[in-house]
Design a protein around this ligand. Structure first.
Ligand code: HEM
Length: 407
């Protein structure tokens, strides 16, 4: 088994290294004979699954590769965090499928079409404000407002709560990044529990309102839902709410931020895109999501002994599915390190691999990115980053905290 990345994959310093260096480590892991085992401070550890076919196989086989007890944490979270965070992303079928059905109606292409008007209006407003402001931070003024305002309006969250929502989702995703931590010395689990409980309290307020006065939003669907003959209780509602606002915000924002740096660093690709923006945008958006891979990994836990890629995993083993690595697998992608806005086919795993947990918000995310990029580059074709991005320090999300732009 290779030893190259045993500790580096769990160290935040590794994830702060330049993309090229991280790519080299993953290329060596894909080429190695067996999976690398990365020990963790909790005395356990995980196997890194880095090849495309193995990520696909594990995702297709949820009976063996379970999302329980968690899909989103390397270590098993403490009970006070699970209490608030245990949403459907970390639950297996059949309960996962029942929960997913409650909200899936709101995310079909046809229903996403319904928010397209809002997305277009918002994109116009964001670009109007950017035009007036001039040079500024692209994350704060362009990439963040789009997904934040769309998911909040789908949920019926009042504008006065937007700052609290973004503060909570940032911290939940990037805990460990010093910029997002609370007062020094405060226990991380306590900070997490505090932010989750803030989202739960917001959901409880909105839920009360929607029970009395239903509206055409997701909170109404959640509060009136019936799963296994029961209504969702306050805890379930809060977990759903936290999942949707975190997943809705923290991913699309980073895809948008990466689009600016990718199109700045690859002027030839940018010219190709701008030469026929309407026609080329859909493929370019897929390539941005492949190249950036905003969600780096998801975890699975083995329910029984099982062989995958020549290695026999044991019941209870944890495996991490590295989408960033699958998306650079040269057995599937020709010239995988090239950013190619015309790439076709592009069967990337940016939204996860096919399986029951495939990203619920993929259509929505594609719509938000496409509409905003169209508005930006039609009106401000010289838009570019003026300095390299400041990246988040987390292994889970390929996040950008800030990147200055000008036009
Ligand atoms: C570029 C943007 C996005 C990326 C890269 C992304 C990525 C992902 C990935 C990789 C998963 C797979 C989880 C797994 O297999 O365990 C996932 C699941 C999920 N995503 Fe997204 N996502 C994006 C946008 C969104 C948006 C806008 C929403 C809207 C709320 C959303 C909601 C969800 C939900 C609810 C799940 C869990 C689905 C389930 O467990 O059945 N995502 N996403």
């Amino acid at each position: 088994m290779p030893s190259i990345a045993e500790s580096s994959l769990v160290s935040l310093d590794f994830w702060a290294r330049p993309q090229g260096e991280r790519d080299e480590v993953f290329a060596s892991l894909r080429a190695a004979e067996g999976p690398v085992f990365c020990p963790l401070p909790d005395g356990q550890g995980f196997y890194a699954i880095t090849r495309y076919e193995e990520v696909a196989e594990a995702s297709r086989n949820p009976q063996v590769f379970s999302s329980q007890p968690t899909a989103v944490s390397l270590v098993d979270p403490p009970p006070q965090v699970v209490r608030y965070s245990g949403s459907m992303i970390s639950i297996d079928d059949p309960r996962h499928a029942r929960l997913r059905r409650i909200v899936s109606r709101s995310f079909t292409p046809r229903l996403v079409q319904r928010v397209t008007g809002d997305v277009a209006v918002l994109a116009r407003r964001i670009v109007d404000e950017l035009t007036e402001r001039g040079q500024c931070d692209f994350v704060e003024h362009v990439a963040m407002p789009m997904p934040l305002q769309i998911i909040c309006s789908m949920m019926g969250i009042p504008e006065s709560a937007y700052d609290d929502v973004i503060d909570a989702t940032n911290l939940i995703i990037a805990l460990g990044d010093p910029d997002y931590e609370g007062p020094e010395g405060k226990d991380r689990a306590a900070i997490l529990a505090e932010k989750f409980s803030l989202l739960h309290a917001l959901m409880a307020d909105l839920g009360r309102l929607r029970r009395e006065k239903p509206a055409d939003d997701l909170v109404t669907a959640l509060t009136h839902a019936n799963v296994d003959g029961e209504a969702l209780d306050d805890l379930d509602l809060g977990r759903f709410f936290a999942l949707l606002v975190v997943a809705g915000n923290e991913t699309t924002r980073n895809a948008l931020s990466h689009s600016l740096t990718l199109l700045t660093d690859n002027p030839g690709q940018r010219d190709i895109l701008l030469a026929d923006l309407d026609v080329r945008l859909p493929a370019a958006v897929e390539e941005i999501v492949r190249y950036a891979t905003p969600v780096t990994w998801m975890r699975r836990t083995l329910t029984r002994d099982h062989e995958l890629g020549g290695h026999v995993y044991r019941a209870g083993d944890r495996v991490i599915l590295y989408y960033n690595s699958a998306n650079r697998d040269d057995g599937v992608f020709k010239d995988p390190y090239a950013f190619d806005v015309l790439r076709s086919p592009n069967p990337h795993f940016g939204f996860g691999a096919p399986g029951p947990h495939f990203c619920l918000g993929a259509h929505l995310a594609r719509r938000e990115i496409t509409v905003l990029l169209r508005e930006l580059y039609t009106r401000l074709p010289t838009l570019h980053a003026t300095a390299p991005p400041v990246r988040q320090r987390t292994s889970f999300i390929n996040g950008i905290k800030s990147v200055p732009c000008a036009f």
